[in-house]
Design a protein around this ligand. Sequence first.
Ligand code: CA
Ligand code: CA
Length: 201
Amino acid sequence: MGSSSSSVNNIPHAQELMQETGFSAAHILRLYERFKLLDKDKSGQLRPQDFVAVRELALNPIGDRIISAFFSPRQETVDFASFVRILAHFRPTDRNRSRDGAQQEPANSSIRKLKFAFQMYDQDRDGKISRAELLQLVTVTVKVLRAMLGMQVTEEQLQSIAERAIQEADLDRDDTISFDEFRKSLEKVDIDHKMSIRFLR
Ligand code: CA
Ligand code: CA
């Protein structure tokens, strides 16, 4: 494709994606520009390493989890449509949006954001967050904090942070965190705020 006239009509599946995700034409256009920028080899597919260039994700404490959420064990690259669908989960909730024709919860509703966050923790997708999965996430988060704030955290402290988190959330004491327990433990946290990425506003 030659010169880029900046119209949403030149973007594959744009109308479909707008309907599905609630993104506006301007959003889709902006995301497309961004996608092309990240797609250095112009293959129309992004690999995990392409995401490292997204500064907002690098600075997000769960940035690598977000990046890994784009990929599944069987899917090593993402095309533009999947890119948009996944980012829709991070769109700040639009409180004034009309509900016309909304048959299902929009991707950016609090519950869908929670489900998406849960999947980020639940690496083996068995529907439960195990102690090991939690420890892995705590480690990732603390590594980012360490890099950003120069915090010193020992292996033992990591273990005890994970231990405490699981003890607080694990209401039925089966040593794993179910989605329900996860939801309850996050009730006090503003998930909408945490799961929004600024450039999607
Ligand atoms: Ca799991
Ligand atoms: Ca449990």
